[in-house]
Ligand binder design. Structure first.
Ligand code: FE2
Length: 372
């Protein structure tokens, strides 16, 4: 990690010690992250949070399931809430470019020895031929191409709340071995846009994209596989403060876990919420274009106090430690494997409080360690 100011050119993420084999079959051409299926224990409470408080649009619903979408969306759903016994993520869903990409997904994961299921009528309403897999990292992924188009409500300003959620922006996944996860996701066609490392060769997190934004998903180091969060975008950052104001007015400030603030990584404005089951939801806006083939990768020093919050505000410990379980294709929670690499929380807000704002300044640069 060289360079001052804090953002440096890329230091490549070290090769994994225990790599997942690269299939000879080409990966499916993934367009974007498209939806997440969440299991919730109290569907009525979850519906109140996502619909009445956050303002997502109900495309369809029945006794056990609610299909929700954002205001700029034209596909059937970006979030599926399904009632079940254990709060968990049941499917991270990606849209692929062509129907043939589903054949590629089957071949890619079959070669890796993964469990693969395909349903010509889809696993959820509004989506056609669908492939679901348990990926080598333990996450349940879904791939689809055909969708039912629904009304795009982008122009329906008469319906939009202040703080209108307009797109699904990204997932964030917790995984114990970040270099191993990154190498596998690169095999799947993802590219790193930003990462957090240290001088000792440890990688703490990486942001990876298909669409030309900072990410479709991030790989965050920790006990996993778990879902760290799902993120929805607003158009403007003041709309995020409007959501905070609304939560305050509803006496639901307890739903605010972290922020609002400005990220260092991604440069986006952010807010983290917890839903009634504890699933973490980020509201996110105004990151940057990454679609050029030579888009520079940004590597942050884990001790840079502005990487997670550009203003140097502390990251609450729950943000580092808590996350949602993920399910296998039978609906059982996947076992969680402990991270053995150094933890970001331990090195940044551990007993020594070692977290500097200006590299080399260990006298005045501290903030985090003094705050907590
Ligand atoms: Fe995020």
């Amino acid at each position: 990690m060289t360079g001052d100011p804090v953002v440096s050119d890329r230091d490549p993420i070290p090769a994994p010690a225990d790599p997942i084999p690269t299939p000879s079959s080409p990966p499916p051409d993934i367009v974007r992250c498209a939806s997440l299926e969440l299991v919730v224990t109290d569907l009525a409470a979850a519906r109140r949070f996502y619909v009445d408080v956050l303002g997502l649009v109900v495309t369809d619903e029945d006794e056990t399931t609610v299909w929700l979408r954002t205001f700029d969306e034209f596909i059937h759903h970006n979030l599926v809430l399904r009632t079940g016994p254990v709060p968990a993520a049941a499917a991270f869903s990606y849209r692929v470019r062509t129907p043939e990409d589903l054949d590629r997904a089957v071949a890619f994961y079959t070669e890796l020895g993964c469990r693969v299921e395909r349903r010509s009528d889809g696993f959820t309403k509004g989506v056609g031929d669908t492939v679901r897999v348990e990926d080598p990292l333990g996450f349940p992924l879904e791939f689809f191409h055909d969708v039912e188009h629904v009304e795009r409500l982008a122009w329906r300003y008469d319906l939009q709340p202040n703080g209108c959620l307009v797109r699904l922006d990204h997932f964030n996944q917790v995984t114990p071995d970040v270099p191993r996860a990154v190498a596998h996701m690169e095999d799947l066609g993802f590219r790193v846009t930003e990462d957090i490392q240290d001088d000792a060769g440890t990688t703490y997190a990486a942001w990876m994209r298909r669409k030309p934004t900072v990410h479709d998903t991030a790989m965050t180091g920790g006990d996993g596989p778990r879902l760290h969060h799902i993120a929805f975008a607003t158009h403007e950052k003041h709309q995020i403060t409007a959501i905070c104001d609304r939560l305050g007015a509803l006496r639901r400030s307890d739903a605010i876990e972290r922020g609002p603030g400005r990220h260092g990584v991604s440069n986006a404005f952010y807010l983290y919420l917890r839903d009634p089951d504890g699933h973490r939801v980020e509201i996110y806006t105004q990151d940057y274009w990454t679609g050029d083939p030579d888009n520079p990768v940004v590597t942050w020093d884990v001790h840079d106090n502005q990487r997670r919050d550009w203003w140097g505000n502390p990251v609450v410990p729950s943000w580092y430690t808590e996350a949602s379980r993920v399910l296998d294709l039978d609906g059982r929670p996947q076992p969680v494997v402990a991270r053995t690499d150094t933890s970001e929380m331990a090195v940044t807000i551990g007993a020594d409080g070692f977290s500097y704002t200006r590299k080399g300044d260990e006298e005045r640069g501290f903030k985090l360690g003094h705050t907590l």
